[in-house]
Design a protein around this ligand. Sequence first.
Ligand code: B12
Length: 599
Amino acid sequence: MSSVAEAELVPGDIPSSAELIRRGRETGAGLSKAITRYQRRHEVISERFYKERCREDRTITYYINLGLKSWPETREALAEVQDECDRRGLRVDRVSLTSDRRMGLMPEDRAGATEETGIMFWTPADWAGIAKEIEPQGIVNDHAVGSPASVFNAVAAIEAGVSYVGNLSQQAYGYPGWSSDVDQMANTVEAIAVIAAKRDQGVVLDSYTDDGFCASFHDVATSLAWCMFHRYVAEELIGAAYSPSFGSTYADPMLKAAFARSLDAINTAGVPPSVTHGDTNSLSPSYSLDRHAATVTQDIFFSIANELDHPTGTSVHATPLTEPTRIPTVGDIVQSLEIANEAERRARESLPMIDWRPVNELRDRIVTGGGKVYAALMAGLEDLGVDIRDPLALLIATRRLGAVRIEEMFGAGEPDDSYPRGFEPVVATNTLSRAIAGRDEVMAEVRDAGLDRSLHGVKVVAASGDIHEYGLDAVVYVLRRLGAEVVDLGTSVDEDLIAAAAVETAADAVAFSTYNGVALSASETLTRHLETREVSPLVFVGGRLTQDLGDAKSVDVSSQIAELGVIPCQAVTEMVGRLADSAPASHRDQPTEHKGEPA
Ligand code: B12
């Protein structure tokens, strides 16, 4: 079936899943769950049970993301959001307490790791505040389950009264300084068992699918199959209630509604989804806020209309208009809730004029395609020698395969070389259309700037320091198209590994993409590692070139980066121009624009 060797996929000496599950269940059984203010108000012991009621009576609930640096700051900001909502008569139900990536590391490793954006729960009192100090229901999603500290975080979240504990999709995430994927996945399996032990009390394993492989798939059928796979691991093999949710990569309302219905079709246990997240990927730093307002309004209107017509218990989220440029302020969040609450009124009025038949037809295509991909994935894993009754083996194997190989090997569409993955998707994701359009746009910018000169003979090591991959993909595409030799290290790569690869390949340049608000410190670390190894390739950095500098939040640090001798780039063209000048003279006459699709 493929050249993937089984030894590469699952090492022989992994921990026993049965033992991990036994330990996790034992831990879970001993936990006592706090009752939050929100649960008390709605007279339930779990948010899941309230969501089930909302599904029955078609109540729309509202979700926001908020995670400032610390619990006290986040708590204060939430109080401001709540006060303003009360004043304006807006509804807000739940908040994803968006955490810093360091929360995925073991507590003793957190203080020493690089600070990114998002909340840190440092003390038991911070955790306890989730139940006692805020009005909306807290969700602990990012970097909880799926990370090296999964068990620690799941226990803390459950004790704090959190009902939706995530985020299985982050199974694929890398954590700074953490190298053992086996230990990370073993911790994940054990944490899912902790959650399983509390199933009867309404604790749910949350998985925001657009955080993981689904953000990379080109076929919505593969996305559905991936949720079926996670459901199998979480529900059937470990016994936890599994709730996949999605939304940020979906721009087309019909596709979004059809995927929500597809997820409902495979929701055998009837677990209410956490959220239908707002479209974030259609917003760009180069578009106006007015344009964003139109995008967000259309998106939330149809998400609400779909939930009213086909209730699942999901909550809705309107993306703050400032999403591409900053962590939202209190004002940004309240504005998004105002848009969302008004959209509900309008959706209720307009509902009778919407014809859902095409949505249901699309859902049926996705469900049929998803079933095929799921069957191919499970049979393929078995062929590769993976024990498909062993959750740990399954999580390690799929993590090692990665999204692209999973889709290339098990995708369901008809073979067609004109598509990047060699087949025509059953239902193309908006990620695919956006990627193709984005690449073409960047190539056009390169041509318009007269920069489509040959980069033959130029060697570049390219990597993303975090999970964001689309910017990196565009960079790699353009460089290869112009003839450069690119070593693409992928996402979540530590700076020392990039420096090592630069030495090993005698690279002329490094192209580094970073988004998590650490552009200056990441550039400093990378420069230090290169200096230690006594190499000095050109270093380009792009993405979101911001960082907190003292009290000044999310400052543009381009000039500080330039002082390090690193070249800050807002656009790919800035890098291409500099590289073309450094291409070996003998190669400059080579033709540019290689037509074949780069790998
Ligand atoms: C998609 C996305 C995600 C996806 C990523 C999916 C994936 N597989 O790539 C998901 C949901 C997983 C995600 C997660 C996170 N995200 Co995010 N994400 C975005 C989003 C919506 C789009 C970014 C993007 O890819 N744009 C498309 C690309 C093609 O366009 P572009 O970025 O403009 O790139 C161009 C240039 O920048 C340039 N470029 C990029 N890199 C390079 C490199 C070089 C060398 C050069 C020359 C040029 C160059 O070329 C590109 C092509 O023109 C933005 C918000 C927004 N709408 O912009 C937030 C955003 C970037 N994310 C953000 C954050 C904070 C996070 C998280 C840390 C949240 C958290 N606490 O968990 C996590 C990261 C976790 C981790 N492990 O790293 C913040 C960053 C805030 C900041 N820096 O101040 C943003 C701005 C959202 C926000 N307002 O909070 N995210």
